[in-house]
Write a protein that binds this ligand. Sequence first.
Ligand code: DC
Length: 216
Amino acid sequence: MVITIDGPSGVGKSTVTRRVAAARGVDYLDTGSMYRAATVAALRAGVPLDDPVAVTDVIERSDIRYVDGVILLNGEDVSDDVRTDEVTGAVSAVSAIPAVRHRLVEFQRAWVTERGGNAVVEGRDIGTVVFPDAPAKIFLTARPEVRSARRAGDAEAANLSAETIETKMRERDRQDSTRAVSPLAAADDAIIIDTSDLSLGEVVESVLEVVAHARC
Ligand code: DC
C-alpha cells in the first residue's frame, strides 16, 4: 500500500514519515530531497534559476537517486548540501518548473513500483498528483508559530533569527502553494491532521490509525 504524507514545512513530515515507515516495515521516499538535489545541480551549474529551459537541461543531464534514505546527485551523497540555506531559498523556483517535476515524478513512481507498491512517500503533491489513487493519504498541518519554532531546530535554519525563519517559511509556502503546476494542497480524500498540539508519538499513532482503516 502507498501511504502519502503531504504538508508544508515545519509540520513534522520527515520524522513522522520515517516512524510510520519503520512501524509498517516499508521504505520511505523524501521527495523534497529530490527537488533539493535538482536545485544543487542547477546552482552548481551556475544557470539562472528563472530560466526554465537552462535549468531543465541541467536536470535532464543529472542523475538524481534516493537510496536507503540517502540522496545522491551523479553518484555523490549530497545529503548535507541539500540542507543549506541557499538551497532552501532556491528550491521553490526549481520545483515550480513543469519539466523538472515531470522528470522527478516519473522517478518517484518507478521507485515505489520497484518496492511492490509498498512505501511511505512524503512531499507536497503526493496525494494529489503523484499517487492520486493511494488508499491512505495524510495531510499534516500546524499553526504558523508552531511551524517556525520547529524550523528553528533544523540544521539549515541555524544562525537565522526567529523572524527571518518565519519570513522565509511564509515566502516558500506562498510559492509552493500558488505555483501553476502541482501546488501544495490536500487531496479531497486526504485526512488532515493538525500536529500543533500533538506529540510526535501521537501524530504517528493517528497516521497508523488512518492506515489501518484504509481500503487496500
Ligand atoms: O520538504 P522539503 O522542505 O525538503 O521540500 C523542499 C521543496 O521542494 C519545497 O519547498 C517544495 C518542493 N517540493 C515539491 O514541490 N514537491 C514535493 N513533492 C516535495 C517538495
